[in-house]
Design a protein around this ligand. Structure first.
Ligand SMILES: [Cu+2]
Length: 121
């Protein structure tokens, strides 16, 4: 292997560490809180257990229908297709601090597809 190629490999490896280390740290130290959407229900969101600073909120659609997450009082309203997920980075910071934040699916709110996100004090 010539030295230019070796330097290139080292540079890629160093970049991978710099990029991936924070991701790995976040996932091991502050795991995401996962809400699952199935049929017309948000599992583990009635309410959520209190979510502390730095944790992401994941909404995984494990059902067969298109769903949505709308959080009143914010601009957040995102659709989530079957087999896909939404990730809201650092949900505590996004929502502005401790409290209880109702949310719903804009398609199925009338069917009771609602939940409450609790941000820890
Ligand atoms: Cu829905």
């Amino acid at each position: 292997m010539n030295s230019a190629r070796a330097r290139g490999i080292l540079a890629v490896a160093a970049l991978a560490v710099v990029v991936l280390a924070p991701v790995v740290w976040r996932q091991t130290v502050r795991p995401a809180y996962v809400v699952t959407a199935i049929d017309y229900h948000f599992h583990d969101a009635h309410p959520t257990t209190p979510i502390g600073p730095g944790r992401d909120l994941v909404v995984q659609n494990d059902g067969r229908n298109l769903h949505n997450v709308t959080i009143p009082g914010t601009t957040y309203s995102q659709d989530v297709a079957p087999g896909h997920r939404l990730v809201i980075r650092d949900i505590a910071a996004f929502l502005g601090g401790p409290g209880e934040y109702p949310f719903h699916c804009r398609f199925h709110q009338s069917l009771g597809m609602t939940g409450v996100i609790v941000i820890a004090r």
